[in-house]
Design a protein around this ligand. Structure first.
Ligand code: KIV
Length: 271
């Protein structure tokens, strides 16, 4: 793969780890932003996260996202970024009930959206599912640490793996997911030292969010890193822009122009 372009296949993504090139992942939920995110070749992977249920739909948790919603948004992202590597979250209860349902649902995501991989949450209980999907040609990204679909069991959005036994379990489950065939692993809200250790132990890339600089790549929710959600400021987040203020200013200016009659002007009308 040329070093100057983003990966287009799952093997190319995995090869970035061997090449020592850090992986850049961002969430994306629509065609307009997909087009913008890939325009400069800066982003390696677009993740259609089930965080869309919070960011786009305004819900408290990711739990209510449906497969049809994920497919709708993933299709939009694919149309906006036809060459991009697109990973789609399998939503809650679309892969936990049975391996058969997981295959059918993950297969639908790939077949109906053109995405290259699915992501699912969980460790040991998901190993058989990951293996079954991979054996059927469906690439899988794992997700350990804070797994938002388990937010109620975890008692909130808290750092995971601080205690020795929890750290050992997470490290063991990371290895199990790799052995089952996962092509990459998201580590969310995990102590930096533990994430670095898991990253060193695995051949597949780790992609961190609140997991420190020792991961092979990083992922952020696009709306958060663009500063569109000004009252959301977790410790791990860096805002790379403050877009809420210019959006509000533009809307105020539009409203004023409509009210004072300066918009639309003559040149905006038709003969
Ligand atoms: O749903 C999502 O956006 C995610 C990322 C935060 C990793 O899973």
């Amino acid at each position: 793969m040329p070093a100057d372009r983003p990966p287009r296949t799952i093997p190319e993504l995995v090869a970035l780890k061997r090449a020592g090139r850090r992986i850049v992942m961002l969430t994306c939920y629509d065609a307009t932003f997909a087009r913008l995110l890939v325009a400069d070749g800066a982003v390696d992977v677009l993740l259609v996260g089930d965080s869309l249920h919070q960011v786009v739909a305004g819900r408290e948790t990711t739990l209510g996202a449906t497969l049809d919603q994920m497919i709708y948004h993933a299709g939009a992202v694919r149309r906006g970024a036809p060459d991009a590597l697109v990973v789609v979250d399998l939503p809650f209860l679309t892969y936990q009930v049975s391996v058969e349902e997981a295959i059918r649902n993950a297969g639908r995501v790939l077949a109906e959206t053109g995405a290259q991989a699915v992501k699912l949450e969980g460790g040991a209980p998901m190993v058989a599912t990951v293996r079954a999907l991979v054996q059927r040609g469906i690439p899988v990204v794992g997700h350990l640490g804070l797994t938002p679909q388990s937010v109620h069991a975890m008692g909130g959005y808290r750092v995971q793996g601080r205690e020795t036994h929890a750290a050992e379990r997470l490290a063991a489950e990371a290895q199990m997911l790799e052995d089952a065939g996962a092509c990459a692993l998201v580590l969310e809200l995990v102590p930096s030292a533990l994430a670095a250790r898991v990253t060193a132990d695995l051949a597949i890339p780790t992609i961190g969010i609140g997991a420190g600089a020792g991961c092979d790549g990083q992922v952020l929710v696009m709306h958060d890193m663009l500063g569109l959600v000004p009252d959301f400021s977790p410790k791990f987040l860096r805002r790379f822009a403050e877009l809420a203020a210019p959006v509000r200013a533009a809307v105020r200016e539009y409203a004023a122009a409509v009210r004072d009659g300066s918009y639309p002007a003559a040149e905006h009308g038709f003969e």
